[in-house]
Design a protein around this ligand. Structure first.
Ligand code: FE2
Length: 380
């Protein structure tokens, strides 16, 4: 709820700022003021619709799951994303304008207001259009991951990582099918799903998740919970995925063997469980009873656990959660909130890979396409 009020507050302030900045670019007059502020009031109201429809009245259990409301929520999220980017771009142009005005000897004519407005609109259209195009699109990212203590028998093993699919009102069966087709074509030895698979109940997404039944890999399929599974239907998702032959790792590990050599794959719950008073994830605990002479890989939805995982003795960690910020301006802001945002990191000897996610959350926009990852383990 706190987050909802925070979003409401930020959206309101951002729209008031953008409207005021735009207003100053036009000549005085009540009619122009009414037109600019009226436009932004309409856009503000439209932006509030989607969070209300999808977070307070989940479409699937409110009886509002009709093409009209789905379409309205989608449009609302698009406007939310574009207005968010437009606010930051407007503010950036305002700073440049202010600096130009205050710097000595630089005269700005009346036309500057219109020129900068055109600049704001073109920049927003380019950034927003590209982000909209990339939302819901996927690419296969190939990564070679050095892993210390990796037994020779597992050198070259491939892992397909799927993360942050966010099945829900806008990403359904077709998106699942595309992901599954990409994974099967890559012929991985192992498949891992690192959380935030879904934004709704397992019952509501029964059809959307069905293509995942076709996944298969000789070393198994493993899943760890993300924060979003806990928000809606943790039990339902654990049961559904188990019934599909996917091993759900909750503060536990499995030992894989090849030619007498061992690779431990462990999984933690998401730190969000602390909200309901449950025990927070503990990489040390997941290794209880694990063989010493093994390579050790941790699946953790959130990359923030990497330091603890390194201390616990893990050699590698696969994570998601960040979406790499998803779209501008969050692609920049994410660096203030997350140490590890996307890609491969060396955390004092632990190899960490942060997947930027397949789907999207909120606005259907991504600065870069979603990813499905094929990781090749390499002894180092
Ligand atoms: Fe997440």
């Amino acid at each position: 709820m706190k987050f909802a009020f925070f979003v409401f507050f930020v959206v309101t302030v951002a729209n008031i700022y953008t409207a005021s900045s735009w207003r100053l670019r036009f000549p005085p007059g009540i009619a122009i003021s009414a037109a600019v502020f009226g436009l932004f009031f309409f856009l503000w109201a439209l932006q509030i619709v989607a969070p209300v429809l999808t977070h307070f009245y989940h479409l699937s259990d409110s009886g509002l799951d009709t093409p009209f409301f789905r379409g309205l929520a989608y449009l609302s999220y698009v406007v939310l994303g574009i207005c968010g980017a437009m606010f930051v771009i407007t503010a950036a142009f305002d700073v440049l304008w202010f600096l130009a005005r205050t710097s000595s000897g630089f005269q700005i004519g009346k036309a500057a207001g219109y020129v900068t407005l055109a600049g704001i609109l073109i920049t927003t259209a380019l950034a927003g259009g590209m982000a909209l195009y990339h939302g819901g699109r996927l690419e296969l990212v190939r990564v070679t991951m050095p892993v210390r203590h990796l037994p020779a028998a597992f050198d070259g093993v491939t892992i397909a990582q799927i993360s942050d699919v966010h099945l829900g009102p806008f990403l359904g069966r077709d998106f699942s099918q595309t992901i599954v087709d990409m994974v099967i074509a890559a012929k991985p030895d192992m498949i891992v799903i690192t959380g935030d698979l879904a934004d709704d109940t397992a019952a509501a997404l029964k059809d959307a998740i069905e293509p995942f039944k076709a996944l298969h890999a000789p070393l198994g399929i493993y899943f760890v919970m993300g924060n979003h599974e806990y928000f809606r239907d943790p039990r339902g998702w654990i049961e559904t995925l188990r019934a599909m032959g996917i091993r759900v790792l909750q503060e536990e590990h499995v030992v894989l063997e090849r030619d007498g050599q061992k690779l431990v794959v462990a999984g933690v719950v998401d730190p969000v469980v602390a909200r309901w008073g449950f025990r927070v994830p503990d990489p040390f605990q997941t290794l209880a009873g694990a063989p010493e002479d093994s390579g050790k890989i941790l699946l953790s939805h959130q990359p923030v656990l990497a330091r603890m995982a390194q201390r616990a003795g893990f050699d590698a960690q696969l994570s998601g959660h960040t979406h790499a910020g998803q779209f501008f301006p969050f692609t920049l802001l994410i660096h203030f909130f997350q140490t590890y945002t996307s890609g491969l990191y060396d955390v004092d000897g632990l190899s960490l890979y942060v997947n930027r996610g397949a789907g999207f959350w909120g606005p259907p926009m991504r600065t870069k396409k979603g990813e499905v990852t094929l990781i090749t383990l390499k002894a180092s």
